[in-house]
Design a protein around this ligand. Sequence first.
Ligand code: NDP
Length: 331
Amino acid sequence: AKDPVRVLVTGAAGQIGYALVPMIARGVMLGPDQPVILHMLDIPPAAESLNGVKMELVDAAFPLLKGVVATTDVVEACNGVNIAVMVGGFPRKEGMERKDVMSKNVAIYKSQASALEQYAAKNCKVLVVANPANTNALILKEFAPSIPEKNITCLTRLDHNRALGQISERLNVQVSDVKNAIIWGNHSSTQYPDVSHATVKTPSGEKPVRQLVSDDDWLKGEFITTVQQRGAAIIKARKLSSALSAASAACDHIHDWVLGTPEGTWVSMGVYSDGSYNVPAGLIYSYPVTCRDGEWTIVQGLSIDEFSRKKLDATAEELAEEKALAYSCLS
Ligand code: NDP
């Protein structure tokens, strides 16, 4: 039998956490033959609720779940973890300035970075979900210098999956037959959902989405805004945020990173930019990536037309501003 993998979930008593921990314990994230030990962290006001989640995990009797650590102590939470899913963060409340939210989150991610740096397993893989996800991940990278920069990522897979979902609805095809959408840039409303290179499996072979959706105005307009604003639409409908799909996407992200992407398929991940596609180096930026042997690689050589170029640049610009704001909170 395999040794258990230790998976940390911060903010585990929150909405996404509540949807995510049972998925991990069922093997959705790491596969049906991989035992796991869950480390759940939350802040003291959520301690009682966190303990309730732990009770439910016991009651669910998940065969793969070999242990649960539920704690408000960041050192205990980070100790020996192989995978860290960072969901805890300070929410933007009404009337709060962007800078105030940023400064709260910078402080949280700085201190959690130090704990991961000291106590996590050496090759720990980190996924940041809490917003502003890209910038939180960048801060985490800065303050955990011994964790390889390739191990620090943020979630844009939900946006990626939303793009696949919209194409599948539009063309009335199975979502599993649609692939190779791209989310470029920030996990924010400036993200660029791009289906220029996406394809659909049809009875007569693989066809470009651009050919099947003949309405270019829809692809350049409503499709993009629907994906960008999907989170807000779900809050409006449910009066709560999109926790189920966020949790599912977090599992997809780690699953593909660890176990690999299928041949000919790429996915979107927020990763540390090396300057690919003329995006400034040193930002956490969402790119199309393939994964193999536990490592992601940015897909190279895709053609970028003028429409796309502007959108790639606009979201990079926003990330550069966020980075500057985050650094101003540090000093
Ligand atoms: P959620 O579980 O709904 O969301 C957690 C974070 O994920 C938020 O930052 C949220 O951003 C972000 N997020 C990213 N993508 C999505 C998506 N598609 N849908 C929803 N959220 C998304 O928040 P809760 O408030 O229920 O839970 C947060 C937990 O974190 C609580 O248990 C709280 O106690 C804990 N916490 C921990 C802190 C710490 O570690 N120091 C500080 C503050 C809270 P957005 O807000 O923009 O929606």
